[in-house]
Design a protein around this ligand. Structure first.
Ligand SMILES: Cc1ncc(COP(=O)(O)O)c(C=O)c1O
Length: 372
């Protein structure tokens, strides 16, 4: 039998004691208020139907990294389409949003540069920053004055400044003050990086994202679009300048040292963009978000203010949120509690994700049960 280190076993015991032990589940209640499939592209089969129009091949692998044997005309074609859709000069596809964020933040900011990030950015951005040789400070969540203070203190010491935010925060559902941030960054020549993971498919005409809706696309140094959420498939792209694309192809290790995405997944991304241009699901989702907000305002339920698909109710304590998750599960509602340490202790929460395919009745019943 192989030997498992005692120190690691001890860590497992510790998280169990704190009710923080994570395990993988396969059996989900059926009324989905938890997945990131905001438009039903995956679960409702919309994307697989659209994919048929592209006659996907059954080639199972891409045979190598993109710099060796894994590149194809299809990659070029789809990256051009993505750049066009998001009004950027270029797009570069990564195998996942995690890879994109890791590859961007670890390679672009250099020693002698400064990264300033919102304190609530996603782990994939944090991990990229950890691998970078630049200096890093966090500013208070969505607080532009806190960002300005850091700039005043450090601006003169560093060469380039990168400001890293998400358009929609995945564990809170609230939006970044992107217009103010973009104008501020422009004023001081800082480079703004925006992760649009939870905004694509949710905001803007044809679900183009929040940067589009707020007309700040051209003020962003890089925008990250992920395809595993509203787009119903997998992968991500970084949209920016031609120079950024050349740079990433040469220096971004999570792009260089990995097998390229297979054709089937690439075509799924192409089909997802095709679908986004014509679907009515974005409008349906938006109407559900408005309906949800009307009900929570009426019943004074204390959700974090949100116009995105993600809505969070702070309850405090891993036990309380787990209890509510189980209670709702028994009524067939698939709702996830978010426990510490994923969020700060004392800020444990129920995280509800709205979808275009949820019914208004389901939203009503769910909120009544939570209210009880
Ligand atoms: C804000 C944000 N960025 C990036 C990612 C990672 O994307 P992916 O799931 O494609 O790796 C996530 C996923 O949870 C996310 O919420």
């Amino acid at each position: 039998m192989v030997f498992f280190p005692k120190s690691l076993q001890h860590k497992i015991e510790q998280v169990k004691e704190k009710h923080q032990f994570r395990s993988l589940k396969t059996n989900y209640p059926s009324i989905d208020f938890s997945s990131n499939d905001y438009l039903g592209f995956s679960s409702q089969g919309y994307l697989s139907e659209e994919l048929k129009t592209l006659e996907p091949s059954i080639k199972t692998g891409s045979t190598g990294s993109r710099l060796i044997s894994g590149n194809s005309f299809l990659f070029n074609e789809i990256e051009n389409e993505i750049a066009q859709f998001h009004h950027g000069d270029s797009a570069l596809i990564y195998n996942s949003g995690y890879d994109a964020n890791l590859g961007l933040l670890s390679s672009v900011p250099q020693k002698g540069d400064l990264i300033l990030s919102d304190e609530l950015i996603h782990a994939s951005l944090i991990d990229g920053i950890r691998l970078s040789f630049a200096t890093h400070y966090k500013f208070k969540h969505n607080d532009i004055n806190s960002l300005k203070e850091l700039i005043t203190r450090h601006q003169s010491t560093f060469k380039e400044i990168y400001v890293v935010v998400e358009s929609v925060y995945s564990m809170d559902g609230d939006c970044s003050p992107l217009v103010d941030l973009a104008n501020f960054c422009k004023g001081i020549n800082a480079h703004l990086i925006v992760d649009e993971a939870h905004a694509i498919g949710v905001f803007g005409k044809n679900g183009k994202g929040l940067c589009y809706e707020l007309n700040i696309e051209q003020l962003c140094f890089a925008r990250i679009y992920t395809y595993g959420k509203a787009m119903g498939c997998h992968g991500a792209s970084i949209v920016g300048s031609e120079e950024l694309k050349h740079y990433l192809i040469n220096f971004s290790r999570s792009f260089i040292y990995t097998t390229a995405m297979p054709e089937h997944t690439l075509l799924s991304i192409k089909a997802a963009y095709q679908l986004l241009k014509k679907t009515i699901e974005v409008e349906k989702l938006r109407s559900h978000i408005t309906f949800f907000n009307t009900l929570t305002t009426k019943s004074h339920q204390n959700f974090i203010a949100s116009t995105s698909a993600i809505h969070c109710l702070i309850l405090k304590g891993n036990n309380d949120v787990q209890f509510l998750e189980e209670k709702l599960g028994k009524r067939n509602f698939f709702v996830k509690s978010i426990k510490s340490p994923t969020v700060k202790q004392g800020e444990e929460r129920m995280r509800l994700c709205l979808h275009s395919f949820n019914t208004k009745d389901e939203i009503d019943v769910l909120l009544s049960l939570i209210h009880e």
